[in-house]
Structures are given as structure tokens and as C-alpha cells.
Write a protein that binds this ligand. Structure first.
Ligand SMILES: CSC[C@@H](O)[C@@H](O)C(=O)COP(=O)(O)O
Length: 373
């Protein structure tokens, strides 16, 4: 696109290439999974070549690859990798599915690729190559579906904001990172903000830094800057005064697991935002693919919340900020009850979390897609 930078001067502005959180690679000595190392962003865009399951498990645990939808893809491609490299696929599936406990998509992705692998072997006993190809095809199908879901969520989310905020949702607040780095497409909550930006409606994207691992400051700010979005970072504990100043029109967050009653686990700090949003009469919207709805988890108190090491709080960028031996309460997620959520937007459209029939529908959809694995 050509634009005028100064009278008489024409510059060509190029959009940066889309970020690819992970991709399958057949071009080297045996198949590999290439992962954009999210621990190095924004300083460096570096891909890690992953050829082993213990390595992939460690990359998931260390958050080199992270965010619910892309964890599903990592799980599915991980099973395909094990099959293609002749490792024990059952062992790989077990290790991958349990690498992190909260994001349901991880186990969903593993089950889908492992299901395709087993289904093929049941039909053609001994055809390991065919079974490996079936697992890879399942992972690729998930990847495509995730990209499509992302596009649909962006459109539904934008339309919903118009309805929820009659004066226009021009100032959006988001938490953690929910963009292309967590998705086969442009993401979940951040994809909605991006759609608002492209529609010329976004005046300000407020980006919570997201302590302790700074997914907001390091990753969302990076994606927002790449996309030319007007964004401002804030320390998580500055959100209260921002709401009080009337500077937030809507809150958009993703989800790691949505229980059957609409309770939603997402990055720690989401729940306090929901409380603030309710107090200030601001919509709090969860954006997640229907694969994040877990019909087997009846309510929020049944969601396992990952607890992480003290060092993540007691250190900042590897430098100690607390006395030696300090221990920290460090849950990776918190759970927002349904009554604080204005709407859940999936690729099928928005539903109210307290609308039991709506949630049941979502659960049924999620269940039937899992059962085709
Ligand atoms: C669409 S991503 C939704 C969530 O996965 C995201 O908000 C989040 O909490 C990620 O946590 P992380 O610990 O970085 O994997």
C-alpha cells in the first residue's frame, strides 16, 4: 500500500509477514516441528528445531510455545512427530497431554492426532507410515480449523462489541497474549482488537503487562506494534485507576478452559479484571474457540490450576528481587465465575455463560468434534 509520508514523497509501507508460532518441517534430516521461541521475544525472532518428545514437553513447560489453541496444535503435531520418527506414540501422547494441566486444548489436540493414528492402524494393522500420515493430517486439519475459527471469532467479537457498547468500544483492555502467537490464525481476544483496528474503531488498546512472565509486555505489545495498533502498556495493578478514570470501554481476554457452567480459567489476573469491570459497568468478554469448552469439567472449582515455581515471582528477568529462599504464591491462572462474564465468543458466535442451553450447545459441539478423533 502506498502512502504519503511528506509532501512530494511517496513511501511503500510493507506489512510484516504473519507470525507463525509453529510449523511442520520436512526439509531436513527427518521431520521436525519448528517453534518460534516465545521466551526470546521481543528481542529476537528465533525458531527452535524440535525433533524429540522430551524436548517438546520441556518447550511447552518453559512457555517457549504457549497459549491454549497453539498448545492444542503443539500436542497434535507432537503426536505426528513421534509417529513419523518411530517413537512410542502412546508414550508421547501421555507425556504431551500432561505437560501442562490447565489448557484443555493441549489434551484435545493430542487425542485428536492419536485417535487418527490408532484408527488408521485398526483399519490397516502394521501400516505405521500410513498411521503417521493420518496423525499429521489430523494436526494439519486442526491447524486450518484454528485459523478459520480465529477469523470467525474476530468477526463475531467485533459485532458483539457494537451491541454491548452502543457508543462504540474504542478503548479495549486485554490481558496476557492472545494473538497470532497462540493460534493457527490471528488469535482469539487480540484478533477481535485487530479487527476493531482494521475497521478504524480502535482508539486505544490497553495492554496489561501480565506479571510475572510478562506475556502482555513482551508478546501482546510486540504483536500490537507489528500491526500498527495504538497501544499502551500498563502495570497490572494500574488497571483499577484506569477503570476509575472511565478509560476502558470493554475487556477482552482469552481462555484456557471453560467449564460446563461457563466458569473460565485464564491467565492469572483475569478474575480481578472481571471484578473491576463489573464494578465499573464495563463488559468483560471471553474469546475462545469451542475446543476450549470442556464439557467434562462441570464447574470452575474442578479446573486444575497450574502452580508454577517461586523463582518466576522472586526474580525479574533472571535477577533476584526478593531475599534468597523467598517463596511465592504463583498460580498461572485464575477462574472467573460465569456471573462476571458478559459473553463468551466462539467461532459459532457469542453466548451468555449463564445461558445453560447455549453452553450445553457449545459443550455438545466440542464433545462431538473430540469424538471424531
Ligand atoms: C487464546 S490464548 C488464551 C490463554 O491461553 C491465554 O490468555 C493464557 O492465559 C496463556 O497462558 P500461558 O501461561 O502464557 O500459556
Amino acid at each position: 500500500m502506498a502512502d504519503l509520508a511528506a509532501p512530494g514523497a511517496t513511501t511503500i509501507s510493507h506489512s510484516p509477514p504473519p507470525l507463525r508460532a509453529l510449523r511442520w518441517d520436512d526439509s531436513r534430516d527427518g521431520p521436525a516441528l519448528l517453534l518460534l521461541d516465545q521466551t526470546r521475544l521481543p528481542a529476537e525472532e528465533r525458531e527452535i528445531v524440535c525433533t524429540g518428545i522430551p524436548t517438546l514437553v520441556e518447550l511447552i513447560r518453559s512457555l517457549a510455545v504457549r497459549g491454549a489453541p497453539v498448545l492444542g496444535l503443539a500436542g497434535a503435531y507432537g503426536v505426528a512427530l513421534a509417529a513419523a520418527r518411530g517413537f512410542s506414540v502412546a508414550d508421547a501422547a501421555e507425556q504431551l497431554a500432561t505437560a501442562r494441566p490447565t489448557a484443555v486444548n493441549l489434551a484435545v489436540g493430542v487425542r485428536r492426532a492419536f485417535g487418527a493414528y490408532r484408527t488408521h492402524l485398526a483399519a490397516k494393522p502394521g501400516d505405521e507410515d500410513g498411521a503417521a500420515a493420518a496423525a499429521l493430517a489430523a494436526a494439519r486439519a486442526m491447524h486450518r480449523e484454528d485459523a478459520e475459527a480465529s477469523t470467525a471469532m474476530a468477526a463475531h467479537g467485533l459485532a458483539l462489541l457494537d451491541r454491548l457498547v452502543p457508543g462504540g468500544a474504542h478503548r479495549l483492555l486485554t490481558h496476557c497474549n492472545t494473538g497470532a502467537l497462540v493460534s493457527g490464525g490471528e488469535g482469539t481476544a487480540l484478533a477481535v482488537a485487530l479487527a476493531a483496528h482494521r475497521a478504524g474503531r480502535l482508539r486505544r488498546l490497553w495492554v496489561d503487562e501480565t506479571r510475572p512472565l510478562l506475556q502482555g509486555a513482551r508478546l501482546t505489545a510486540y504483536e500490537a506494534a507489528r500491526a500498527g495498533m495504538p497501544y499502551t502498556l500498563l502495570a497490572d495493578n494500574a488497571a483499577g485507576s484506569l477503570f476509575a478514570a472511565g478509560e476502558v470501554d470493554a475487556v477482552l481476554v482469552g481462555a484456557d478452559r471453560i467449564a460446563a457452567d461457563g466458569s473460565t480459567a485464564n491467565k492469572v489476573g483475569s478474575y480481578p479484571l472481571a471484578v473491576l469491570a463489573r464494578h465499573h459497568g464495563v463488559p468483560f468478554v471471553v474469546v475462545a474457540p469451542s475446543t476450549t469448552v470442556d464439557p467434562h469439567t462441570p464447574a470452575g472449582d474442578a479446573i486444575e490450576v497450574e502452580q508454577r515455581g517461586s523463582h518466576e515471582v522472586a526474580e525479574f528477568a533472571g535477577v533476584a528481587v526478593a531475599p534468597p529462599g523467598a517463596t511465592a504464591y504463583n498460580p498461572a491462572f485464575d477462574v472467573t465465575p460465569p456471573e462476571l462474564i458478559s459473553a463468551i465468543v466462539t467461532e459459532k458466535g457469542p453466548v451468555s455463560p449463564v445461558d445453560v442451553s447455549g453452553m450445553t450447545q457449545l459443550c455438545a459441539m466440542s464433545l462431538s468434534s473430540n469424538e471424531t478423533m
